[in-house]
Design a protein around this ligand. Structure first.
Ligand SMILES: NC(=O)c1ccc[n+]([C@@H]2O[C@H](COP(=O)([O-])OP(=O)(O)OC[C@H]3O[C@@H](n4cnc5c(N)ncnc54)[C@H](O)[C@@H]3O)[C@@H](O)[C@H]2O)c1
Length: 281
């Protein structure tokens, strides 16, 4: 190797060896010693996310509420049992994200039970679809208070902890419906679009405290939330997706966990579509 080139390589090696932070790749998967709150993790995308955190050694706290026609409490007990089998600290309780007092109690209890909170995933969400001109104010408020105000309550409750420890990761689960709504989802689309605004604002306000705030925007994902949809709608979603497949909960979970890892330490205020390209069609 010619001398000037060799000198440059030596200088580069020296610079790399003096970096005080680990390289992102080296820091990637290991979340041991961290604690994550995942809202609504009894089922679906939340459950897949909670399991992925636990596989990486992260303590997990999650909450749920019962939903009409569903067996969420039973599912919560199952999720809790699987998480415990992965030998991480686990905390599970019923807590309605629409109620700030309940949320603050839950966060305090979670902090005690799993030994600290470093990560928040705002996943809890509902839909109450119908044509805009037939949507009553109850359906409007239920959806907006769960999907948007609920996330605000959670961020409000963890912000003092994250600011005091000068560390935190927040991921909000929005939807491509916020960007490209279908018919009959005005309340849902508005709540998820609000969540994008909240993600940007929180990234600006919490960034100086070393808190990353991002969002994922899934397309159609096979969960109990979508299982009542007609075959025609499901086929349409698949047809609109360039990758020609429907999302699985784990497709979203992997990206959420990546955004909560130090591999993503320089990403904040970002909205990551996880939709097989569905929003492009
Ligand atoms: N499935 C999809 O196609 C899809 C697409 C885009 C976005 N999303 C979003 O992903 C998230 C998870 O949805 P999913 O598909 O896993 O559905 P899901 O119905 O299985 O999960 C939602 C969970 O939220 C919880 N929840 C509802 N209201 C709550 C409240 N007030 N307080 C606390 N918990 C509450 C429920 O107990 C439930 O376990 C939601 O925010 C949803 O809007 C889903």
């Amino acid at each position: 190797m010619p001398k000037p080139q060799q000198d440059a390589v030596t200088a580069l090696l020296e610079e790399v060896s003096h970096q005080e932070q680990p390289q992102p790749a080296a820091a990637k998967a290991d979340l041991r010693g961290k604690g994550a709150i995942v809202t609504g993790a009894a089922t679906g995308i939340g459950r897949a996310t909670a399991l992925e955190f636990a596989r990486r050694g992260c303590g997990v706290a999650f909450n749920y509420v019962e939903l009409p026609g569903r067996d969420v409490a039973v599912q919560a007990a199952m999720t809790e049992a699987i998480l415990k089998s992965l030998n991480v600290p686990v905390y599970c309780d019923r807590c309605d994200v629409r109620d700030l007092e309940e949320v603050e109690r839950f966060v305090r209890a979670a902090q005690q039970a799993i030994g600290g909170v470093h990560i928040l995933v705002n996943n809890a969400g509902i839909s109450r679809d119908g044509a805009l001109w037939r949507t009553d104010t109850t359906a409007w408020h239920d959806v907006v208070e769960t999907n948007l105000t609920g996330a605000f309550h959670m961020i409000r409750a963890v912000a003092p902890i994250f600011r005091a420890q000068h560390y935190g990761k927040i991921v909000n689960v929005t939807s491509i419906q916020a960007i490209k709504p279908g018919f009959g989802v005005a309340n849902y689309a508005a709540s998820k679009a609000g969540l994008i605004g909240l993600t940007h604002a929180a990234a600006v306000e919490l960034g100086p405290a070393n808190v990353n705030v991002n969002a994922v925007a899934p397309g159609f994902v096979k969960t109990e939330l979508t299982e009542h949809l007609s075959e025609e709608l499901v086929a349409r979603a698949r047809g609109q997706t360039p990758l020609g497949r429907l999302g699985e909960p784990d497709d979203v979970a992997q990206i959420i966990v990546f955004l909560c890892s130090d591999a993503a330490r320089h990403i904040t205020g970002e909205i990551v579509r996880v939709d097989g390209g569905q929003a492009l069609s």
